[in-house]
Design a protein around this ligand. Structure first.
Ligand code: SOE
Length: 395
């Protein structure tokens, strides 16, 4: 266990993301040797009672009812933003200007303009050793990290095609309640920004290339939903029935687009919350001149690899069980074959962020990286609103 100095964290928000971030802050230094030991110093939430209950459950030492207090406190080094997208820019910019490191949930912002301002604040802060990182955690799933290593090692040769899907089904029930995630003002967009952002980031991460243009369609299948009712999970279960008042859904339920990358590949992307039976299928496949690699988060401890140079008659996809100590992040965990889960990506995110802060090296994905994702999101919306015309993504 590390005996390093502390990294005192203040977290804003305490729902699903707050829970998984808390787990990561609590556990990272218990498995990895870290140069700084995270301390769960304060949690901020507007409802004092609910925030205190969350802090007690998740292990936070104190509570504030205004996030600005976290930033004023001199016993806090890092602000972790786990709130809806409409608050990211204000909190992140204030924190960075006050000299606090920032970890911000994805997508970075609700608009390109906000993301640009956040990136400017991050660049200015970085000159003083203050770091900012965006939470595209799937990069830190060992199999996806191995995917990138194999592409970088030339295992697929020249990449020709990218196939990316993020399939969930928690909105399939039309009587599932209306939440902030279906409100454009709060969430920015629907499936596109929430989960499409992950596959945009993952595809740019593994290929090392940028998307240069898109042609898109988007759809909102259920245009209004019941207000209130008990939220179960993300909101798809525990439907509230047809006889309560309804409010408008102002975001997309599904977003599909084709894309071009700057190194030559073409790509096809699909983000939906209506793929009944697909609970959390983040899938990514790359086909190259020498081989193919495929990943599916519903089988997250494995990677499929097709080596086109194998001898004829012995060719076929091989299933790599990504649980060996040679694989990214695995040496700190369990013996081969025992497997990791969703939460471990967040723990690895803390590990990489803490190391970056201690060494003064910019962590990735930086706000500038997340701004590139934001530009793709904006281009998808523009194209979809314009009968799928080709929409260039500004470099
Ligand atoms: C909901 O779709 C969600 O919680 C996303 O917001 C997360 O980023 C993803 O990891 C799981 O699904």
């Amino acid at each position: 266990m590390s005996v390093a100095g502390p990294l005192r964290v203040g977290m804003v928000g305490y729902a699903f993301m707050g829970g998984v971030h808390s787990h990561a802050w609590r556990s990272a230094h218990r498995f990895f040797d870290l140069p700084l030991t995270p301390e769960l110093t304060a949690l901020a939430g507007r409802n004092a009672g609910a925030a205190q209950a969350a802090a007690d459950k998740m292990g936070w030492a104190s509570v504030e009812t205004d996030w600005r207090r976290l930033i004023e406190r001199d016993d806090i080094d890092l602000i972790d933003i786990c709130t809806p997208g409409d608050t990211h820019a204000e909190i992140a910019i204030a924190a960075l200007q006050a000299g606090k490191h920032v970890l911000c949930e994805k997508p970075l912002a609700n608009s390109v303009a906000e993301a640009e301002q956040m990136t400017q604040a991050a660049t200015a802060a970085a000159a003083n050793g203050v770091m900012a990182m965006c939470g595209f955690t799937y990069r830190r799933t060992p199999a996806l990290a191995l995917f990138k290593q194999m592409v970088d090692d030339g295992k697929v040769g020249t990449i020709r095609q990218v196939r990316a899907q993020y399939l969930q089904d928690w909105l399939s029930d039309e009587n599932g309640p209306l939440t902030w995630r279906m409100d454009k003002e709060k969430a920015g967009s629907g499936a596109l920004g929430d989960i499409g952002a992950h596959i945009i980031d993952a595809s740019q991460f593994v290929t090392g290339q940028q998307i240069t243009g898109v042609s898109a369609i988007m759809e909102t299948f259920v245009k209004e939903r019941p207000i209130g009712g008990e939220l179960v999970g993300l909101g798809g279960r525990g439907a509230v029935g047809a006889d309560v008042p309804k409010g408008p859904v102002t975001v997309d339920d599904a977003a599909l687009f084709t894309a071009r990358f700057d190194g030559g590949p073409i790509g096809i992307f699909e983000a939906t919350r209506f793929a009944l039976g697909r609970r959390n299928a983040l899938r990514l496949e790359v086909n190259g001149s020498l081989g193919s690699i495929a990943f599916d988060f519903e089988d997250m401890n494995t990677l499929q690899y097709y080596d086109g140079t194998d001898e004829p008659g012995a060719q076929g996809f091989r299933r790599i069980l990504v649980t060996e100590p040679e694989h990214p992040y695995i040496a700190a965990w369990w013996p081969p074959g025992h497997g990791l889960g969703y939460e471990h990506g967040f723990t690895h995110q803390v590990v990489d962020l803490v190391n970056a802060i201690a060494t003064g090296v910019q962590p990735t994905p930086s706000f500038a990286d997340a701004l590139k994702v934001q530009r793709v999101l904006a281009a998808v919306e523009t194209s979809a609103g314009n009968y799928s015309t080709w929409e260039p993504v500004p470099a």
